[in-house]
Design a protein around this ligand. Sequence first.
Ligand SMILES: Nc1ncnc2c1ncn2[C@@H]1O[C@H](COP(=O)(O)OP(=O)(O)OP(=O)(O)O)[C@@H](O)[C@H]1O
Ligand SMILES: [Mg+2]
Length: 181
Amino acid sequence: MGSRPGNAYQKSTFDLMISELDRANGIITEFLSLAQTKRTELKSQNLNDILNNLYPLLQADTFTQNKQICFIPGEIPYLELNVNEITQLVLNLTRNGLEAMPERGCLNVKSYVEDITVVLEIADEGCGIPPENLRLIGTPFFTTKDSGTGLGLATCYNIAESHNAKIDIDSSSMSIVNVDS
Ligand SMILES: Nc1ncnc2c1ncn2[C@@H]1O[C@H](COP(=O)(O)OP(=O)(O)OP(=O)(O)O)[C@@H](O)[C@H]1O
Ligand SMILES: [Mg+2]
């Protein structure tokens, strides 16, 4: 409708409608993925390969925001993973880290082995999470952002559970989100 000549004067309204529909679609898709009961299909693979594939995308996001990102892959064993879900988890956590940081801040992504656990550590130099908000983290629709939906971390907790992994949040002077598997 927006491309019809007679409607040209309303083009910006149509564009807005489309972008809002896309946003609503994104929210619904993410919400439905939280409720999915089907078993996650896991395959033996290396977490570093997933991170390496994602890195250019994360770098582009980071640089356009005038921030920095550093990825330090450690020597880790293969794990039973679902690529789509782990990609989503990494995107959600890194996006949160970037959103929390001012310009020139640095996001550190590391993988390593601690005791008998593989750790994915995502640390930002942002504002941190106030203690009163910590217990609400992961509750669907909890957000402190004007345009946030509050589904990012709830999705991460779901993905961690389906991978038998655990999410630790460490937020004091510096905010660190760890995913152990
Ligand atoms: N790295 C972080 N630093 C500071 N606060 C954070 C961080 N990660 C999450 N939070 C806090 O937790 C809240 C919930 O995060 P979550 O990712 O679930 O939702 P969101 O980022 O607000 O919205 P979206 O659904 O778009 O991800 C955020 O609004 C923010 O207050
Ligand atoms: Mg988020």
